[in-house]
Design a protein around this ligand. Structure first.
Ligand code: GDP
Ligand code: MG
Length: 219
């Protein structure tokens, strides 16, 4: 049934990446369900969750993909990145090694994701001030050098979480509308009526994957 919540102008696939334990699954549950879980469960079992936001007069439906713990073994498959237009690259401000590994995650993106994917660096667990090992300045400098947007968040106290998603989705939208204008002026199709572009395949892929990966194991 097509309810009101199913009406959107654009659907964007965004992936969560970063070391195990940095808070990816909790960022997703905080943003989409306003929930936080103190226990560390490496497998939460959702492949993705969705939430719609408004930006610049458009409704953007974000389809946010979470790993099921494969990052622990550096075994994320290319299907995870397929069709993704954004990535939140997460580290833990209280574990410096997770920040050091950001460089490896950027390489992973270069190898598996679309070249023009929008990447945002997220320093999560900002509530753990007393345990901080990655300074704001250090991360800011790194983000500048690599041309990434950067924000600190706390999935626990919810600070910065909505802003992070809002910012990456708005940036993706702006980038895409600039491209659409360029395509129109270069005899492209008329996309000014708010048609979804090129993401339907990602959507089909998503639902197929959900079905196949749930075969015999999901309740
Ligand atoms: N203090 C604090 N703990 C967090 C935060 N986000 C996640 N955690 C905890 O960190 C652990 C790992 O979180 P999880 O979301 O499973 O990380 P993932 O492996 O990256 O998906 C869990 O015990 C969470 O409760 C946060 O913002 N602040
Ligand atoms: Mg997780």
């Amino acid at each position: 049934m097509a309810g009101k919540e199913d009406e959107y102008d654009y659907l964007f696939k965004v992936v969560l990446i970063g070391d195990s334990g940095v808070g990816k699954s909790n960022l997703l549950s905080r943003f989409t369900r306003n929930e936080f879980n103190l226990e560390s469960k490496s497998t939460i079992g959702v492949e993705f969750a969705t939430k719609s936001i408004q930006t610049e007069g458009k409704t953007i439906k974000a389809q946010i993909w979470d790993t099921a713990g494969q990052e622990r073994y550096r075994a994320i498959t290319s299907a995870y990145y397929r069709g993704a237009v954004g990535a939140l690259l997460v580290y833990d401000i209280s574990k410096h090694v997770t920040f050091e590994n950001v460089e490896r995650w950027l390489k992973e993106l270069r190898d598996h994701a679309e070249a023009n994917i929008v990447v945002m660096l997220i320093g999560n667990k900002s509530d753990l001030r007393h345990l901080r090992t990655v300074t704001h300045e250090e991360a800011m400098e790194f983000a500048k050098k690599h041309n990434l947007a950067f924000l600190e968040t706390s999935a626990l106290d919810a600070s910065g979480v909505d802003s992070a998603f809002q910012r990456i989705l708005t940036e993706i939208y702006r980038l895409m509308s600039r491209k659409t204008i360029a395509a129109n002026t270069a005899t492209g199709p008329d996309l000014s009526r708010g048609e979804t572009i090129a993401l339907s395949s990602a959507r089909d892929d998503a639902s197929n994957r959900s079905k196949s990966s749930c075969a015999g194991s999901c309740k």
